[in-house]
Design a protein around this ligand. Structure first.
Ligand SMILES: *Cc1c(COP(=O)(O)O)cnc(C)c1O
Length: 337
């Protein structure tokens, strides 16, 4: 049995603060503890809150390494800019991650299916209910041990096409990781579960037909035997580090990678005609998860034979092998001590 995703917290966290006069302090490691704050924080009331999600994995040689922390640190900076928050220097972001991983290394067993999920968070910490940006901010890095995001194993999931509640609009915040994107998505997630599905398919907000994302993950299709298709970064979807990693791995293996918008009707038609052979979602938490069946109103269709396809499985294995250092010295791995 794997721990429930997001609940097996480790025992340390790192904390830094920012003020207008002094800028950022260096992150300081301490025990994970309750926060004592004024109830009138700007972040709490107005959602000036951003986060990230990255992982550290046990390596084949017993050491531990963080996967692509620089890319996550840069995306955290982009999210900060979008919410008029101060950017945390990449070096401090990585230092905080290293502190927590080094302190809690022993909480991660050698089971390669487990990893240490790191959760950086930044929130506006002025006690003020004025509708304005904060003069102080708090940065935290915490962690939990996690196994499979969708319970045990790597079965294909069933997904629900949401035509009712768009996630992100052009010019909005869909391309950054701000807390305010996720609370409003729960309503659709609840609907998906009522429809006996595990995840929500997000369509674009304007035409309500282009497939953008799946839950908190990016989405790929396989066309024929060797073409990988994913939505271009339109500004309304999150530029995933996993998305980027898989595109790179796929190109290295000689696959064709196409960034092209796929409509929901096209997904159905091409699945039924057999042109579209596989679909999978990807993200730091779930890694790579096959989509086996899609429910859109009264219509239900299968993707391939409803089980994880060949390329889905191959790419998942390639990425997981990379996480665990089977290619020693790979530039995407950041060893800790
Ligand atoms: C975090 C996230 C992803 C995946 O990004 P990764 O960097 O691969 O973890 C995709 N979509 C949304 C909406 C996200 O929040």
């Amino acid at each position: 049995m794997y721990p429930v995703h997001g609940e097996l917290f480790t025992h340390h966290m790192s904390l830094a603060t920012w003020s207008e006069q002094d800028g950022w302090t260096r992150p300081v490691l301490g025990p994970r503890r309750d926060l004592v704050t004024d109830p009138g924080l700007i972040g709490l009331h107005y959602g000036q809150v951003i986060f990230e999600g990255l992982k550290a994995h046990r390596q084949a040689d017993g050491s531990i390494a963080i996967f692509r922390p620089l890319e996550h640190g840069r995306r955290f900076q982009r999210s900060a800019r979008r919410l008029a928050m101060p950017e945390l220097p990449e070096e401090l972001f990585i230092a905080a991650a290293e502190q927590v991983v080094a302190a809690d290394d022993r909480e991660l067993s050698d089971d390669p299916d487990l990893s240490l999920y790191l959760r950086p968070l930044m929130f506006a910490s002025d006690a003020s209910l004025a509708l304005r940006t904060s003069h102080t901010y708090t940065f935290l890095m915490m962690a939990f041990v996690t196994g499979a995001f969708f319970g045990d194993g790597v079965d294909a999931v069933r997904v629900w096409v949401n035509r009712d509640y768009p996630r992100a609009m052009p010019g909005g915040t869909g391309d950054v990781k701000c807390a305010a994107n996720y609370g409003p998505a729960f309503q659709a997630q609840v609907r998906a579960e009522q429809e006996d599905c595990q995840q929500v398919v997000w369509l674009d907000a304007v035409e309500r037909r282009w497939v953008e994302e799946l839950g908190g993950m990016n989405l790929f299709f396989v066309r024929g035997e060797d073409e990988l298709v994913t939505s271009p970064l339109t500004g309304t979807l999150l530029p995933g580090v996993t998305r980027d990693s898989l595109m790179t791995l796929a190109r290295e293996r000689g696959l064709r990678v196409t960034e092209e918008r796929v409509s929901i009707d096209q997904w159905r038609r091409e699945s039924e005609s057999g042109v579209l052979t596989e679909a999978f979602s990807c993200g730091t938490a779930a890694v790579v998860t096959a989509v086996g069946e899609v429910k859109d109103g009264d219509q239900v269709w299968r993707v391939g034979d409803g089980t994880p396809g060949k390329l889905t499985t191959e790419l998942r294995t390639a990425l997981v092998d990379l996480h665990h250092g089977l290619t020693p010295g790979h530039p995407w791995l950041h060893p800790v001590r």
